[in-house]
Design a protein around this ligand. Structure first.
Ligand SMILES: Cc1cc2nc3c(=O)[nH]c(=O)nc-3n(C[C@H](O)[C@H](O)[C@H](O)COP(=O)(O)O)c2cc1C
Length: 304
């Protein structure tokens, strides 16, 4: 028996570890470091209807406890991704999740439909939570009704299971999760980055050109854990958890809080081997904590 195996809608994972969207591109650079077949899945960089150049630079800044980014959904467009990027990843024995975004509901529908007949793409991650695009993004991710509407419309046109990626930039994460569950989501992905800002003293200007950006990395882990715990009490959907994961102990914490699988984002930038190392370490971390499988750990934090 494979103690790391996890089965989720559309995804038969040999282990619960996947690189998070936007932190792994489409895998080329990382394929020079290790065999991508080791990964449970790969979540691709966001796809939009047409190519986007993203925001002006500088658009990434290091903080004392994580990074700020305002990439602005730079990507080569859904058709290029289907024709050029998916075939590269499809050579590896891993599942592929396409992260989709848009400025309008129609764009989300168009991108989702484009993946319908793309062999090797097993699920969609609906990015309703990008804080760095002017139109659309933030409203879809912070208003339960808008989130439900885009989920329902994408669900109607898509043949693939849909994991809705929630924004932490809300006062009531449970309301968001319940809204997308009622709208037909197959799973949740949480969390995206938290809006932040850093100011460069000599120039007195924000360090990134967009002024604000999304904070990611270890600083946001306790927020992610709290939100997964809260959502798990009220919603039945499987959860792909993320936010600051750096090692196998972090993964176990997410599983205990209620995540069924996890994604690793910012940590890939400082250690390109981090996903491989976590996969190698996880069996021992489970064993040392009295658990014989990933399945046994999910949602098993003790709250009484
Ligand atoms: C540089 C960068 C680009 C990102 N691009 C995307 C994206 O295209 N789509 C998306 O849903 N999330 C994107 N994210 C958010 C991550 O997938 C992840 O949810 C977030 O960074 C929290 O995980 P982490 O703390 O492990 O990085 C991006 C994050 C970073 C740092």
């Amino acid at each position: 028996m494979n103690e790391l195996a996890v089965v989720l809608p559309g995804l038969n994972l040999k282990n619960p570890i996947m690189p998070a969207s936007g932190c792994f591109g489409f895998g080329y650079e990382y394929s020079n470091f290790y065999d991508l077949s080791e990964l449970g899945a790969v979540i691709m960089k966001a796809a939009t209807g047409t190519a986007r150049l993203g925001n002006p630079t500088p658009r990434v800044a290091e903080t004392a406890s994580g990074m700020l980014n305002a990439i602005g959904l730079q990507n080569p467009g859904v058709n290029h991704i289907i024709e050029q990027e998916v075939p590269f990843l499809a050579e590896y024995d891993t599942s592929i999740i396409a992260n989709i975004a848009g400025s309008t509901i129609e764009e989300y529908e168009m991108v989702a439909e484009a993946f319908n007949d793309t062999e090797h793409v097993h699920a969609l991650e609906l990015n309703i939570s990008c804080p760095n695009v002017k139109e659309g993004g933030i409203q879809f991710g912070t208003d339960p009704q808008m989130a439900a509407k885009v989920t329902e419309r994408v669900k109607r046109v898509s043949k693939l299971p849909i994991y809705v990626k929630l924004s932490p930039n809300v006062t009531d994460i449970v309301a968001m999760a319940k809204a997308v569950e009622a709208a037909g989501a197959d799973g949740l992905s949480m969390i995206n980055t938290l809006t932040g800002m850093q100011i460069h003293l000599p120039s007195r200007r924000p360090l990134i050109a967009n002024k604000t950006g999304g904070l990611s990395g270890p600083a946001i882990k306790p927020i992610a854990i709290r939100m997964i715990y809260e959502v798990k009490q009220h919603v039945d959907l499987p959860i792909i958890g993320m936010g600051g994961i750096c090692n196998a102990e972090d993964v176990l914490e997410f599983l205990l809080a209620g995540a069924d699988a996890v994604a690793v984002g910012t940590a890939n930038f400082s250690n390109p081997l981090v996903c491989k190392e976590i996969i190698a370490d996880l069996p021992d971390v489970l064993k040392r904590n009295g658990l014989s499988s990933v399945q046994e750990a999910i949602g098993k934090a003790v709250f009484i």
